[in-house]
Design a protein around this ligand. Structure first.
Ligand SMILES: Nc1ncnc2c1ncn2[C@@H]1O[C@H](COP(=O)(O)OP(=O)(O)O)[C@@H](O)[C@H]1O
Ligand SMILES: O=c1ccn([C@@H]2O[C@H](COP(=O)(O)O)[C@@H](O)[C@H]2O)c(=O)[nH]1
Length: 207
């Protein structure tokens, strides 16, 4: 059996990775696609107190269980289904729930560090970096984290200045050089989405 087409979508927080991913999946409606959000692979912190969890650096590669992610991607490549973890941003730990993911011809891996790990990169056929200016990203994150992730304005600003921004510059921005295509401004870039879906369709045809 042929290897599925694996797409990696990286970029800073609030860059529009999720929006780009949704548009790609919507444009390829005739195909079944497996989506893996790297955030689901944040390490379990259920053994830690809330105070300790608030001190975790969620923007460092060590915060993720990449070994499990790579193991799951390899299983999907071998056409085996996997039970993937899910993550609770409000409580900063893994949820009890897992989701059964079936192997499909296209697998999208989306997350801030999707292009950081060499082993993971080597499994990918198309590597995308969503590149959005940091002032736009923090405004989007502020709004999203207050509405959807149970945060206060002060906590988002404090986390951004002390951790998110320096980690972005040190670890995330440099992964841009591993990408095949850089999308400025994320999900509203219709031309970029079109180019990417055309490429994915041509890769699927070869399967
Ligand atoms: N082009 C855009 N214009 C306005 N808001 C956007 C745009 N793209 C994304 N957003 C909003 O910004 C927030 C972060 O976008 P998202 O796609 O989740 O980014 P990421 O996955 O990179 O963190 C979400 O609330 C989303 O609805
Ligand atoms: O418990 C957590 C886990 C993650 N974060 C923040 O989330 C972003 C990554 O998610 P995006 O959807 O790409 O924005 C990362 O910058 C972490 O700081 C968190 O705050 N708490």
């Amino acid at each position: 059996m042929n290897k599925p087409t694996i797409i990696g979508i990286a970029g800073g927080t609030g860059s529009g990775k999720t929006s780009v991913t949704r548009k790609i999946i919507a444009s390829l409606e005739e195909h079944d696609i497996t989506l893996i959000e790297q955030d689901y692979y944040y390490k379990d912190q259920s053994h830690k107190t809330m105070e300790e969890r608030l001190k975790t650096n969620y923007d460092h590669p060590f915060a993720f269980d990449n070994d499990l992610l790579i193991e799951h991607v390899k299983s999907l490549i071998n056409r085996e289904s996997v039970e993937i973890p899910t993550y609770d941003y409000v409580n900063h730990t893994r949820s009890d729930k897992t989701i059964k993911i079936e192997p499909k011809n296209v697998i999208i891996i989306e997350g801030i560090f999707a292009l950081e790990n060499e082993q993971l990169r080597d499994l990918m056929d198309v590597k995308i970096y969503v590149d959005t200016d940091s002032d736009i990203r923090i405004l989007r994150r502020l709004s999203r984290d207050i509405k959807e992730r149970g945060r206060s304005m002060d906590s988002v600003i404090n986390q951004y200045l002390t951790v998110v921004r320096p980690m972005h510059l040190q670890f995330i921005e440099p992964t841009k050089r591993f990408s095949d295509i850089i999308i400025p401004e994320g999900g509203e870039n219709i031309v970029a989405i079109d180019i990417i879906t055309t490429k994915i369709r041509s890769l699927i045809k070869k399967l």
